[in-house]
Ligand binder design. Sequence first.
Ligand code: SF4
Length: 309
Amino acid sequence: MAQERVLTTPGHYAYIKISEGCNRRCAYCAIPIITGAHKSRPIEEIVDEVRGLVAKGVKEFQIIAQELTFYGVDLYKKQSIAQLVERISDIEGVEWIRLHYAYPTNFPYDLLRVMRERDNVCKYLDIALQHVSTKVLKKMHRNVTKEDTYALVERMREEVPGICLRTTMMVGFPGEGEKEFEELMDFVKWAKFDRLGAFAYCEEEGTFAAENYRDSISKKKKQERLDRLMEVQQRISTRLNEAKTGNVYKTVIDRVEGDYYIGRTEFDSPDVDTEVLIHVNEGELTIGNFYNVRITDATEFDLMGTVEK
Ligand code: SF4
């Protein structure tokens, strides 16, 4: 039976939580302490919810989990995110499926096949990598190395050409010396993430790191590293946005603000990513509808566009 959902988002997109909790034990993270072990929702229940929302006019689905690559291990004894996404993708009326919060260790590569083959699965992945230095990753209990991390990004780009990667990095974790920080800078320059959020390490009560490591890097040093990292990323994001000028993208219209319709391409999640601004003089557009938009200008955060007639 389809679940009744009251939408708090604009009517054309919705967030679908596919699991609660997390079985990983990243040393700095309090989420497993707060939310408990990973608990997947059954595929049929999620599919029913999506069907119900499609019937109400929802077209875009933001699939969210603390750790979506673990989906299904508890219920079906195997990673099942690819199967779940395929099932959702089969539902008529689902225009876009977008995935948030993947984990790099034991990444389920069949998900990349689904992303490549299905037009309604956005070529977009939000994968928090946190760091690249093997020494730091080990202290973070991430079960992944520098070599694994480079190889993962390379494979994602190979298997899903044009994939938009959003990641999060942490600076100033105990054990991050200048050498480890430079490794991170080199990686970010190499990977050229479409989007990157970063934050300075801060102890969370009850976590392994808070109880076992000394938070030895000064606030000033952490901020300095954060600024250096974000400066590099800013240049990358601006260049990547500028490279979109002249291209045409399927764009959904989210809202009107002043003289502009505000839209997003398949490479942009609501609230956190780039927006496409289309002047209202372009003609009347409908919120929640999709249009082919040619990008005419770009900044680090926004794209300007005109609707292809
Ligand atoms: S950082 Fe993410 S994967 Fe790691 S324990 Fe926290 S929620 Fe789980």
